[in-house]
Design a protein. Structure first.
Length: 287
């Protein structure tokens, strides 16, 4: 079974159409694994996207392949997540529309993906060292625009798909493009450069997240120097340092990246939900 992202499979379909069925969540009630509008594409030997995993997704895949074999073009299904027909105990209910992919539907789905992409916040990642590389790979799958900046071209290594790598020392020009709601992560090999970028970010209005790698001692030293150049306590309060500080003492780059990625989800993607606790399990998420 070959798996793609929806964007990839729609692009392949544009080049060489093959029979595919689109399964879309059109209604949700109660606890459900995905929201209305979520969709997946199913072919005889390809899959892209997800409607929530588990028994729900398996049922959609099976019905989609039955449609491909029978020639059925459209089907609407009401599925109770906890009923005897679906062994998934979320407790909610979903309506799923399954239909064979056509050119107009392909255009509609591409527009939906483009709109979702346009709503994603931008995160500027300064630094392509060992933690920066791990972070780029951890952040790449998230629904955000990731701009990765470092003057050392050789440090980037493999740049994940969708990540915008900027080989430049003109960090100030890049930061100046940050719009309100964007985020900044600073992990350069120079504490002096770290300080310059963080200072500029703190003075730039509207940024939703400003993270700096380092210890609490580093933070105290930076705060002292920032105060001396007129940055207020209110502005300093916006600085997150150490980043990924979740009580886990593990300095491996991949672990740090995982902890910081969780922080980015909380502070940049869902700032209004901070303090509510993790809701994934209660919303019926399935593997």
């Amino acid at each position: 079974m070959r798996r793609y992202t929806p964007k990839q499979l729609l692009g392949l379909w544009r080049q060489a159409p093959q029979p595919l069925v689109v399964a879309r969540v059109t209604l949700t009630r109660g606890s459900t694994p995905r929201e209305e509008g979520a969709f997946m594409l199913v072919g005889q030997d390809v899959v892209a996207g997800t409607v929530g995993g588990g028994a729900l997704e398996l049922a959609c895949e099976q019905h989609a392949r039955t449609m491909l074999q029978s020639g059925e073009a459209l089907c609407e299904r009401q599925i109770v997540l906890g009923g005897s027909n679906v062994s998934q105990c979320c407790g909610g209910r979903v309506a799923v529309r399954l239909e064979v992919l056509s050119a107009p539907l392909c255009a509609q789905l591409e527009q939906q993906l483009a709109q979702q992409n346009a709503q994603c916040p931008t995160l500027f990642l300064f630094g392509a060292g060992h933690v920066g590389r791990a972070l780029a790979h951890a952040l790449a799958p998230l629904p955000l625009r990731l701009v990765w900046v470092d003057p050392r071209a050789h440090e980037f290594g493999h740049v994940p798909e969708g990540v915008e790598a900027r080989v430049t020392a003109a960090w100030d020009d890049v930061l100046a493009t940050a719009e309100p709601g964007a985020g900044v992560l600073v992990l350069t090999p120079s504490h002096t450069l770290d300080a310059l970028i963080v200072e500029a970010a703190l003075l730039q209005p509207g940024l939703a997240y400003i993270g700096l790698i380092g210890s609490r001692t580093k933070r105290l030293r930076f705060e002292k120097s920032f105060s001396e150049v007129g940055i207020s306590p209110q502005q300093l309060a916006a600085l997150v340092c150490p980043i990924g500080d979740r009580g886990v003492r593990d300095k491996r780059p991949e672990v740090i990246a995982a902890l910081v990625a969780a922080e980015v989800v909380e502070k940049l993607l869902h700032p209004a939900q901070q303090g509510e606790g993790f809701a994934g399990a209660s919303m019926g998420a399935s593997a």
